[in-house]
Design a protein around this ligand. Structure first.
Ligand code: ATP
Ligand code: MG
Length: 296
């Protein structure tokens, strides 16, 4: 479970500058090619993805596919590889082997900002905001990903700069309203409550116009009422047409909101199915109870 933590701009910079891990042997990146599956309703495909950190196999031949418009749960005990999955999908780490396709195109080897622009937004397990910036400014940082103004255009304050600035501000306010914290727009983010900060992170991720939104334990540290509100927000996001991938430890929340679930344990996929199917799966029960499968 994560603790509330606001990163300083330096920490944030460091995190953003972290070099893509390079465990992959050369030639392992698959070329971009649409697959027959991608022509259907598959949005993102993990295809036999392995990711090693030295001797640790964080992902071990993991395959699953997200369909457009669904809320998809990614669950598993601590250290199972859930966050590593997000990091592989968003270009933080490069898989040692295997393919990841988004809308039919390989995204292995692409830079983080390219992946963001192509339509994958995410939040982080630990809150990462600019603590001295206002809530509105934090969201505008996300919206910036789509600005077209050149550096010179910004320096000389050309008309497009002002137009994009205004549009970014309006859109960001609308997103703060959407996640329910519009009244905090002018407050510096470190003064927001923990729950408001988590909502602000979601607003910032939505500002990048994602087709797929990946939420890493968005309800960690929430009380039951806050969890219920978050559940409604996730449904509202899906209703706008965004596909949602959710990492969450709270089983009630996961089972209540997802259409399908993949379960990881020690980097391996041990189950996939509807919430009802996964709940009954002996391997899943064993993984959560920490007992051998036959005992479960
Ligand atoms: N940058 C890294 N360097 C080395 N090992 C790592 C790194 N990131 C993750 N790991 C290891 O990979 C494994 C999977 O970690 P990951 O963070 O993906 O798990 P998780 O399922 O998100 O767990 P949690 O529920 O605790 O957040 C763990 O053994 C972890 O220690
Ligand atoms: Mg994690």
């Amino acid at each position: 479970m994560s603790e509330p933590h606001i990163e300083t701009p330096e920490e944030l910079d460091r995190a953003n500058e972290r070099p893509v891990d390079e465990p992959a042997p050369s030639g392992s990146a698959p070329e971009s090619r649409p697959t027959p599956e991608a022509a259907g309703d598959v949005l993102l495909e993990m295809d036999d993805v392995t990711l090693r950190f030295g001797g640790v196999v964080a992902l071990d031949g993991v395959s699953f596919a997200l369909r457009k418009g669904e809320i998809f749960g990614l669950i598993g005990p601590n250290g199972a590889g859930k966050t590593t999955c997000f990091n592989a999908m968003t270009g933080v780490y490069r898989p040692t082997s295997g393919a990841i396709r988004f809308q039919g195109q390989s995204i292995v080897g692409k830079k983080k900002h390219e992946i963001t622009r192509s339509g994958i937004g995410r939040t982080f397990q630990n809150v990462r905001l600019f603590p001295e910036m206002t809530a509105l400014e934090n969201v505008m940082v996300g919206a910036d990903a789509h600005f077209k103004t050149s550096v010179l255009g910004a320096l000389f304050r050309l008309p497009r700069f002002w137009r994009e600035e205004r549009e970014g501000r309006e859109k960001s306010l609308e997103l703060l309203r959407f996640v329910g914290i519009e009244h905090r727009a002018g407050e510096v983010s470190r003064n927001l409550s923990y729950g408001e900060q988590r909502r602000l992170e979601i607003a910032r991720a939505l500002a990048t116009n994602p087709t797929l939104l990946c939420l890493d334990e968005p309800a960690a540290g929430f009380n039951p009422a806050e969890k219920e509100d978050l559940l409604n927000l996730i449904r509202k996001i899906r209703d706008t047409g965004v596909t949602v991938l959710l990492i969450e430890h709270d089983m009630r929340l996961v089972m209540g909101v997802t259409d399908r679930i993949v379960v990881l344990e020690f980097g391996k996929k041990i189950a996939e199915g509807t919430p009802a199917e996964v709940r009954e799966n002996p391997a899943v029960i064993a993984a959560y109870l920490g007992v051998p499968t036959d005992a479960a």
